[in-house]
Ligand binder design. Structure first.
Ligand SMILES: NC(=O)c1ccc[n+]([C@@H]2O[C@H](COP(=O)([O-])OP(=O)(O)OC[C@H]3O[C@@H](n4cnc5c(N)ncnc54)[C@H](O)[C@@H]3O)[C@@H](O)[C@H]2O)c1
Length: 418
């Protein structure tokens, strides 16, 4: 059995420095790592992970290793693997199957090689391990104790499986912890999406019409950060409450059919499909830039762009120009894959510190709890609050504690107007 496949193992020393740099900015994970090395709570466990192979994922994997686990890892997107990090982990004994720029066939080959290692706990970012296990690799299901899911789209897929009665093992929805989505999806995606757009284009954001499709946790962060750079934000939504929130935050809200006409830059972050399609592409201005930060590359209909285009050129890394038959040119970033990971490095380590502290503690929770049903579980409140408190303390921020009198006051109904 092949132990690993990466782009170039000689990149390992470069990757080692990246993992060290990330770890330095992940103090919560560092504390967990210290405890794991003492207690070895994952002794003899095999973990299979399908996560973006970034320097922060490197820090998480090393936390599992000191906790006693064996780890097999593949990337969760064909364009997001950091090849130096993959090499460093392979050198450390991790079974890594990941390299940047993969075909769909290669991507699933890596998923299957990770499952060959017969993990008893899975970690997913988008639910591809779980769905492969429930499809082609059903025989392996009885050995699985449980799994975790990192992102909104994965949690949606897993809830759909649960509802259809198809889910065969317990999953902890890491994405839904407060200390995950409030920070990772919002500040992480907000900052890194702009980072990806800027690295790919180096355009000026000030004064541009910047359309954000989807005002969820990611969309809020992207809109907030682009506004900070001087862009005029336009939000498109399908949910009236979210649209109202965007309007009251001072943003223009309109249907995509209108926004497509006036946007200079359009970014999708909906988790939905076909958000930008032919009828919108037909109305766009010459020079419009399109990017996606949602999990899958289905939010912008690339086939429709290709149908309208008469030629395509690669201008620079992660920037493709489509010349349409009517003379207009449109620019697609990172092939419509999540722009923050494909054109930049993903979220800053400081937010991944919280997301991956949740991952580490949830894997420990699954390892310790034998009797969980085949359901999608919320992250236990104690884990979420522990991560928040450790992060605050690491930032040198301390908070008040309720007095005994306040606790009593807050839990009684008798006391009213005085
Ligand atoms: N790029 C990253 O690093 C990263 C990080 C976290 C999450 N994600 C992914 O980003 C996507 C969004 O995640 P989220 O946590 O913000 O989800 P969310 O559920 O909080 O928000 C999605 C929003 O999109 C809206 N929406 C759905 N269809 C729409 C449409 N056709 N037009 C306009 N709006 C529409 C929904 O009403 C909702 O408000 C998911 O695919 C998630 O997995 C990416």
């Amino acid at each position: 059995m092949e132990r690993f496949r990466v782009k170039d193992i000689a990149l390992a020393s470069k990757g080692r420095l990246q993992i060290e740099w990330a770890s330095k900015h992940m103090p919560v994970l560092a504390q967990i790592k210290k405890r794991f090395s003492r207690e070895r709570p994952l002794k003899n466990l095999a973990l299979g992970a399908c996560l973006h192979v970034t320097k922060e994922t490197g820090a998480l994997v090393e936390t599992f290793l000191v906790g006693g686990a064996k780890v097999a890892l593949c990337g969760s997107n064909p364009l997001s693997t950091q090849d130096d990090v993959a090499a460093a982990l392979a050198k450390k004994g991790v079974s890594v199957f990941a390299w940047r720029v993969q075909t769909t066939k290669e991507y699933y080959w890596c998923v299957e090689r990770t499952l060959d290692f017969e993990p008893s706990i899975t970690l997913d970012d988008g639910a591809d391990l779980v769905s492969t296990l429930h499809g082609k690799r059903k025989k392996a299901l009885p050995k699985i104790k449980g799994g975790t899911e990192e992102t909104t789209t994965g949690v949606l897929r897993l809830r759909a499986m649960e509802k259809a009665g198809a889910l065969r093992y317990p999953i902890v929805a890491v994405n839904d912890a407060y200390t995950k989505y409030l920070f990772d999806n919002r500040y992480g995606t907000g900052q890194s999406t702009l980072d990806g757009i800027l690295r790919a284009t180096n355009i000026l954001l000030a004064g541009k019409n910047f359309v954000v499709c989807g005002y969820g946790w990611c969309g809020r962060g992207i809109a907030m950060r682009a506004q900070g750079m001087g862009a005029n934000i336009i939000v498109t939504e399908t949910n009236p409450t979210r649209a109202l929130e965007a309007a009251m935050n001072g943003f223009r809200v309109m249907p995509i059919a209108e926004a497509a006409r006036i946007g200079d830059i359009l970014v999708t972050a909906t988790g939905d499909t076909n958000v930008i399609r032919k009828e919108h592409i037909q109305k766009m201005k010459d020079g419009t830039i399109l990017a996606n930060s949602g999990h899958f590359n289905v939010e912008i209909n690339i086939k429709h762009i290709e149908e309208l285009a008469k030629s395509k050129r690669n201008i620079r890394p992660n920037l493709d120009e489509y010349a349409l038959s009517d003379g207009r040119k449109l620019y697609l970033l990172a092939e419509g894959r999540l722009v923050n990971l494909a054109a930049a490095e993903g979220h800053p380590s400081e937010v991944m510190d919280m997301s991956f502290a949740n991952q580490a503690l949830c894997v420990e929770h699954l390892a310790k709890n034998e009797k969980m049903a085949a359901k999608v579980y919320a992250v236990p409140k104690e884990i979420d609050e522990t991560v928040a408190m450790l992060k605050l303390n690491a930032m040198g921020v301390y908070i008040d504690e309720l007095t005994r009198e306040q606790k009593r006051y807050l839990s009684t109904w008798e006391m009213g107007t005085t």
